[in-house]
Structure formats: C-alpha cells, structure tokens
Design a protein around this ligand. Sequence first.
Ligand code: EPZ
Length: 418
Amino acid sequence: MSKLLIHGGHKLFGEINIPAAKNSYLPILAACVLCEEEIVLHNYPDYTDTQSMCGILSSIGANITNNGGDLLIDASSLFSWGVESELACQVRSSIFMLGALLGRFRKARVAYPGGCEIGARPIDIHLSGFRKLGVKVEERHGYIYCDASKMHASTVLLEFPSVGATESLMMASVLLPGETRLLNAAKEPEIEDLQNFLVAMGADVCGAGSGEIVIKGVKKLHGCSYTPINDRIIAGTYMIATAMCGGEVLLKGVKAEHLRALIDKLDKTACVIEAKNDTIKVISDGKPIALGKVETSVYPGLPTDLQAQILALSSISKGSSMIVENVFESRFKHVPELVKMGADVHVKDRVAFVRGVERLYGASVSGMELRGTASLVLAGLVAEGYTTVSNIRHVDRGYKNIENDLASLGADIKRIDD
Ligand code: EPZ
C-alpha cells in the first residue's frame, strides 16, 4: 500500500493546469448509455473513480478506448441493463446508471452504490423521483429493480436539491415523450455541464443552474464530441494549499465564478486572489487570518467538498474559526488525524470549532475519505518535520498523482511504498 511522505515548510510557486472535473465526468460517462452512436469525451481525467465508471460501462457492453486523453465511447451494442454489486459498490456514481439505463431500456437492476464514507448517503430522493415518473421500484437483497414500462413525463419536486438525484432524473427523462420538470433541482456547475452534454447529443434540456430544469423528450440521441468543465474542487484545494504554505500560484483553466464563495472567503484574509478569464492567481505570505464562521451549503454556497481543506487552513490561521457542515452528516473524519498533528479542533454535531495554532507537527496520519485525505496532505505541507499519509487510495479517487502537482510547485512530497 502506498503512502505520501511530506517534508513540510516549503512555499509554493508556479502554475497548474486544472484537469477535467471528476463530478462532471462521472454523470456524463453514465449518460453515454443513452446514445447508440460514438461519443468522444476530451481531457479524460484518469482518476480511480472515472476508471471505475468506465469499468461499469464496459461490463454492460460499451466499447471504450482512450486515444491520447480522448475517450471514445461506443454504447451501440449494450447487452445488459444490470450493474453488479462488486462494480457498483466502488463508487457513488454507479447510482447514475439507474437513470441512464431507464432512459435507454425502460428497465434496470443496479446494486446499491458505494462512495466516500461521509454519511449514510441514502438514495431515497432518486427513487421517489423515479416513482413520480411512474417507474415501479423495488429494493431487495442489495439491488434496486426498476420497471419503467409505464414511465411518463411529470413534474418532480426534489425534497432536497440533491446533485445526484437531479442528474439521475435528467438522464431518465431525455428520451421520455412529453415534458418533465425538475423543481428544487441542484444548481452545481456540473449539472449545467451535464445539460450541455445532453444537448450536444440532441436532447432538449434547459434551466440547469436555475433550480428548475425542463426536459422535453426526444426520440433518439446522436453522437457528439464534448469537453467537460474542469475540476473546481481540485482548483480550490490548491488555492487553499497556497494560502497555507505561502507563495504565488497560478491556476489555469478554472472559472472564478465556479468558486465565488471560496474566493470571497479567502481573499484579503488567508491570501490575495486575482481572477482573470479562466485563471486564478493566489498570492500568500503563509500567515492566514482565521476565516471566522464558515458554512458549507449547496451551490452557489461554499462547497462541502472544500470543507476539510478549509479546516486544515483554519488550524494554522491566526484566530478562531467555526466550520459548519450543512450538507453531509458525518464529514469530520479528518479531525482526529489533524489533532494528531497538533491542531486544536473540537467537533460537536455538525460544527467544528478551530483555534489556530502557531504550527503543526509532522505525524503518521491515515486518510478515511477523498477530501479529508487531501486535507491531511495540505496539513503535511506546513507541518514541522515529516508527515506520512496512508490510505492514499482515497485521494487518488479525485486527484491524479496529487504529489506530482504539489512537487511541481516546490513541495517536498513523494509517494512511497510501504
Ligand atoms: C455529489 O454527491 C458529489 N459526488 C459529491 O462529491 C458532493 O459532495 C455532493 O454531490 C454535494 O455537492 C458526485 O458528483 C459523484 P447529494 P451526491 O445527492 O450526489 C442527501 C467528492 O468529494 N441525499 O447532493 O451523493 C445526502 O445524504 C464527492 O467529490 C439524500 O438524503 O450528493 C447528502 O446529505 C463527495 N437522499 C445531501 O443529500 C438522496 O437520495 C447531498 O447529497 C440523495 C442525497
């Protein structure tokens, strides 16, 4: 099992080209099931989660080839509408296959999804949405069985603006005769990206980003080539790393509007931020001021996927911070590991109270889930001495060789085998 070995205390200088967004690529890969012609997806980001999703598509008969970073997907001859447990349990995004398979075959049998241990992660909003569309849904022995022979257009009010449920219902409806409306839909940029991809295949979808999405069913989709947006969470992670370490880093290929909440929080407290076109420059003296009260929320609020990284920043900021995790009920697993490094953090329910300390100390820490493990890496970058981060398979789910990016900016970090 690999670990990351980090020697803290180095400022970061340089530039990084931000790769494609994991949370865009995953639903878009599922949506390829809806089309019987070849699709080309550019800038394929080879994270382990996207690899798992490609494995799921191949398991039902899709032909996928990686042509120098362009993914060619041919889903013309699928032979199954089922996703087995050993594949589905690897990623949360396997749940997207339900909507896509219902859209294509009007039936599906998908095992319960996996994903990061950040809460119960129920799928009730997905399933109640399908039922509203007339789908017969049964759950038994760890599988979800859907019969959509009587599926019909309808208006679905989501009880919570769930990202995944919004995406599942968009995919289930694009080939459904009539007009389907999704109310209280998620507004994340990845939802808009999925809409743009579906439209590129000839679907009639509009309203993504507004909270109300309208899908007018079409008979068939056609092949296309598409470039998903880049990963705002990776960009945010490196912005926070620079605020912590000090230095000057230019992030290229990221839209400031997709990170407005983070920029507003960090600018002039933890660092100076200059956003221009599709670049964000971060300048920092490495002496961040505490952010005070920070609350995660759905887009356009502060992303829950940056909460752990902000908590690492707060642990070395001057002053105290209160971090409220409003989206997932159990997303502070990184705290005990940060405390091992000298952080002063107390968690009560969904609130972490952080008192900034002069310095963190290198330690052996263990990752538990994707963004929490990234926060431990960030803490190691500023800790005195050496830090080893184990279970880095978690961070590989959503960052491609995080150590290469950080080392290219001057960090002393490398991957070692146990
Ligand atoms: C997506 O997860 C992302 N994953 C997550 O990113 C991200 O944290 C999350 O959206 C919120 O932005 C992918 O896109 C693959 P939700 P998802 O449905 O769709 C509850 C990362 O680090 N809920 O918006 O699972 C749920 O328990 C990952 O890249 C229900 O109760 O998120 C949570 O409390 C982590 N019932 C809240 O809603 C449901 O049916 C938000 O979940 C669905 C969700």
